[in-house]
Design a protein around this ligand. Sequence first.
Ligand SMILES: [Zn+2]
Ligand SMILES: [Zn+2]
Length: 318
Amino acid sequence: MKVRWYKECLRKRALHLYAQRNGRDFPSRKNSMITNTGHKTDDILASNATIGTAMLEKRRQMTQQQAYHAGKLGRADLHMHSTYSDGIGTIQQVLNYAQERTNLDVIALTDHDVIEGSLRARDLWAKGKYRFDFIVGEEVSTKSGHLLALFIEKRIPPHLSMEESIDLIHAQGGLAVVAHPLNQIFRHSCPRRVLDRIKASESVWLDGIETWNASFCGIYANRVAMQSNREQYGWPELGNSDAHTLSAIGSGCTWFAGQTALEVRGAIEKGETAPGGRMWGMHDYLRLAGHHLGKQSQRVVNIERMARERRGRRERVA
Ligand SMILES: [Zn+2]
Ligand SMILES: [Zn+2]
């Protein structure tokens, strides 16, 4: 009861702050919403599925057609990277790509353990005329794996426990979403014992779980995460691209009813979102590998140049 009251207080504060900051009321573009067509879902309802995933099988994402039938026409991609961490695109390129090459309604920039790029991207976004909404975010490296912090204003420091990080996000009125969990190979993936601990906790809660991650982190693990969530945890589900290249932006998406950042927030809080999308294409992997190889060879060139200069200096002294 106390937790619910606290959550509601944080939610009201965040909505107020957001409306003030963006000069918009909530919701701002609701009139294009299509309401539920009465699709029959009861017969395939998983025991712990949220409303957003209730029409889906235990290990399936939502297709565009299912989204249409469920009245969830909004598409959000709330997990992507820029050059402020290990992404290839600059913040301006990310904004341009989302504008010109995708039909996303909302994006969040979530660089690893930094918020500066996301804050600057919001400034650029606010000055421009973009048709999508923007959410400031960060992908926090906790001791138990990666955690998405959405709707935050201050950086969450890395290397804290999952619970401490979640608390810091909530203290800012943000949403805490566990990223690509239950991948047994990837060391930055939250393990089951930590998810179980949070589920059992009276005072700490997750606002959502990424059950569709379009990167290598989601290979096989997406199916495990979906099944575990629908059978056991029942948290609101998100689908995201985890894009490190421009072309991967929008590959994963979260379906929701509405079009704005606050509507996707509301949908997450009510458990009405559903994950969807496709996995990264081969060209996304190749471009990323090429970028890192290029950086690597540049580093070798720099080391060789420094060694040559040092040798030259020593010879001159001798
Ligand atoms: Zn991650
Ligand atoms: Zn990521």
